[in-house]
Structures are given as C-alpha cells and as structure tokens.
Design a protein around this ligand. Structure first.
Ligand SMILES: Cc1cc2nc3c(=O)[nH]c(=O)nc-3n(C[C@H](O)[C@H](O)[C@H](O)COP(=O)(O)O)c2cc1C
Length: 403
C-alpha cells in the first residue's frame, strides 16, 4: 500500500512538473524546441481573449520566427513586468453613472480614431505570415485607427501606403536617426509620398540589446528581410547614431511638416526635453522589454511622464505600449493619462494564427473588452475615464502625497 502511494505520488509529481515545464517555456523561451501546448493544438485552440493569442500565437510559428518575436533582452524581467505591472493595479468601479451614451471613439493628434488602440511598429512581419505587413494593413483597414510601420519592415513603404489607400486606417512611419542622415531622409520622403501621416522616432535603441535565446539557437536564420533600408546599414549592429541628443529631434522636426512622436521615453525629464525639442507627442515604451532589461514597466513609468508633459503643455498627448493584453490594461493606461495605447506582439500573434483575419479578430476582442471595462467602471466614453478609479492612487505614485 505504502509502495503504491509512493508510485502514485511520483507519477503526480512527474506529471505536474511536465505541466510546469510547459508553462515555464512561455516565460523562458524554448530556444531549440518547437512547442505546442495541448490547448493550442489546432483541434483545441479557442481564441476568446488576447491572452489566448499571446499563448497560442508563438506555437503557430516555426521556432526561429517564434524566438524572434517572443525575444526579450537579458533575464526577460521587463518583458514580464510590462504585463505583471498591469495586474498590480486595481480598478474600483463607480456604479450607477448612466453609461447609456456609450462611445469609444477618440481623437489622436487631431485625427478621429474608432477606439484608442493602435498597432506598434514590429519589424519583419513576413516571418509571421507570407503577406506580412500587407496582411496587417488588411486586418486593420476597416478600423479608423493607427498602424505604425517599422523602419525594419519586410514590405516596401510604397506598397504598404498603397494597401492602406482609401481605407479607414491611418499609417505612421517609424524611423531611426542614422549616422548617415540621408538614410533617414530617404525613409521620411518615401513615407510622405506614400500617405503616411506622422513619424515615430525610436530613441531607446542606440544599439540593439542582446537577445539571449536568439543567440543560443545557433543556426538562427530568418526567412524575411528588411527591405526599406540597405542591409549594410542595418547589419553593422548599431541601429542608430551613438551621438544622438535632443537636438537631433529638432533636426528631424525641421525636415518634415508631419508631427514627430518620440518613442522609448520612460521618465518625465526626457519627455519634457523631447517636447521642447519639437516632439508633438510622447510614446512611453521600453521596446517590449527588448532593450534595457530590468527597467520600469511602461504602465509604471506613465504617470510621471504624463505629469511632466501636462505641466509643460496640458493638451500634449502621451501614448503607451508594452504588455497591453486586455481591455482592463487599456482602461488603466487611459486612467493614468495615456491618450492611446499600442500593441506590438498581439498583432504578430494575430497574423500567425489567422493572417489578416487574425489581426482583425485580435483587435476586435481588445476593443470590445475595453468597451466593456469602461462601462462597468462607470465611464461611457474615454474622456470620462478618471484616475480616481485606480488603486494605487496616482498622487501616491507621483510622490505628491506621502501615504
Ligand atoms: C519582434 C519585435 C520587433 C520590433 N521591432 C521594432 C522596430 O522595428 N521599431 C520599434 O520602434 N519598435 C520595435 N519593436 C517594439 C514595439 O514597437 C513595441 O514597443 C513593443 O512590442 C510593445 O510591447 P508588446 O509587444 O508587449 O505589446 C519590436 C518589438 C518586437 C517584439
């Protein structure tokens, strides 16, 4: 009897550690293995939440492509914390607030959007789907929202512009400031001619951080390439000019009439300096945990950035990306002062699981979940979302009141 129960316990232990290992794999990336959890097998997969996309999207990709998109720097602390930090914030709904005049449209840099959620720039989307960025445009084209095209896209700027022509989708172009400014200007001019409406310059990547898993998988090769910048510019390891300062934002501003959004800001002082240098808006971002590992989660960095920007110009807008996976995350970011949020990897998981239709479904889920959250919290539209529905309270975070 004793032997039987020992064997049984051993069996349970082995079985459970199998499950735990499977679970762990999502956090620690199985660099060498293809891995499909039971619930992500084609016959079982049910995509009801963006978390489902987050879980099953990677399993739908070949391992090198999966590692590329799932990759984060160092110990992946920031990658995880971007999501965990949202869970640490609680919403305290206000009831009986007459939310019957429900609407979730908003405006971003003066342009109306159907809902305050857009797509962050993610490179090399043809790794996730043969149609890559064109499938993303198609998936989002019935929404009045914003897609930011990566500087390292695998589709020509002109083709993306053409695909979005006549649709509701608005395109912004992400651009790095290269040592050779002619490379930057080439992208700027091509995007202007292709109907893009703003530039997003990413400032958190003077060099590309080391992504451990990509390095471990020694035969790492990708079946897509960067097509808008010469491979020799990209291939030397340094993404941008190491000598960049805020004056370079002023330079970019002087080269175009379109608004400049500075992406990759995590503190109030930098936000203020970027605005003074000519930025029309700030995007709080840590590159989805792919650059500095161990830095602040974006939702935690947001309040001080918003406070600094508001102090300077109360109407100047702040956006956020990093770890947004549910309607409650969107709500929390808006309550902390973001005008709009953007998602990076969820778009890729949508592409991987269903091409353009997958992107459309993922965004629809997020939109509906946000709308539901807003109504239950007592707001009928984004402008009614107030930070006093969140705990911990903002003034504590800002150090204004010591509680
Ligand atoms: C695979 C991958 C490639 C990315 N490529 C770019 C890029 O080319 N330019 C850029 O500014 N940000 C890039 N990012 C960062 C995203 O724009 C965004 O900040 C991040 O993905 C947001 O976090 P999330 O994935 O948790 O939503 C990339 C992110 C990933 C995952």
């Amino acid at each position: 009897m004793h032997l039987l129960s020992t064997v049984f316990s051993l069996f349970i232990f082995v079985y459970l550690s199998g499950i735990l290992n499977c679970y762990d794999i999502w956090n620690d990336v199985p660099c060498f293995k293809q891995f499909t959890p039971e619930e992500c097998k084609p016959e079982n997969v049910e995509l009801l939440t963006v978390d489902d996309y987050d879980k099953c999207g990677p399993a739908a990709l070949e391992k090198n492509a999966r590692n590329y998109f799932l990759g984060a720097s160092g110990r992946r602390l920031t990658y995880k914390d971007n999501k965990d930090a949202f869970s640490r914030i609680k919403i305290v709904p206000k009831v009986l607030r007459d939310v019957s005049r429900n609407q979730i449209n908003s405006s971003t840099l003066g342009i109306e959007v159907d809902f305050p959620i857009g797509a962050s720039p993610v490179a090399l989307q043809r790794l996730a789907h043969p149609d890559g960025e064109l499938a993303t445009v198609k998936g989002l084209s019935n929404f009045k929202t914003i897609m930011i095209l990566s500087n390292f896209a695998s589709t020509l700027i002109e083709d993306v512009g053409k695909a979005a022509e006549g649709t509701l989708l608005q395109l912004w172009m992400q651009v790095y400031l290269y040592k050779d400014r002619r490379v930057t200007l080439d992208i700027v001019r091509r995007a202007e001619r292709s109907g893009f409406k703003a530039f997003v310059t990413t400032v958190d990547a003077p060099v590309h951080a080391f992504i451990t898993c990509n390095a471990r998988a020694k035969s790492f090769s990708l079946n897509a390439s960067v097509v808008n910048v010469d491979a020799s510019v990209v291939g030397n390891g340094d993404v941008s000019d190491l000598s960049l300062t805020f004056e370079d934002i002023t330079w970019l501003k002087s080269q175009t009439k379109l608004p400049i959004i500075v992406k990759g800001i995590l503190n109030g002082n930098d936000a203020k300096r970027a605005i003074l240098a000519g930025a029309s808006a700030i995007m709080v971002s840590n590159h989805g945990g792919r650059q500095m590992d161990g830095t602040l989660a974006t939702i935690d960095a947001l309040p001080k950035v918003v406070a600094a920007v508001n102090k300077l110009y109360p109407r100047r807008q702040v956006f956020l990306d990093g770890g947004v996976r549910s309607g409650t995350d969107v709500y929390k970011a808006l309550a902390r002062g973001a005008r709009m949020v953007f998602v990076g990897r969820p778009t890729i998981w949508g592409l991987a699981l269903g091409g353009s239709e997958g992107v459309r479904k993922m965004m629809t889920l997020l939109r509906n979940d946000f709308n539901q959250t807003m109504l239950i919290a007592g707001a009928s539209k984004p402008s009614e979302i107030k930070e006093d529905t969140l705990l911990p309270a903002l003034n504590k975070l800002l150090g204004i009141i010591d509680v």
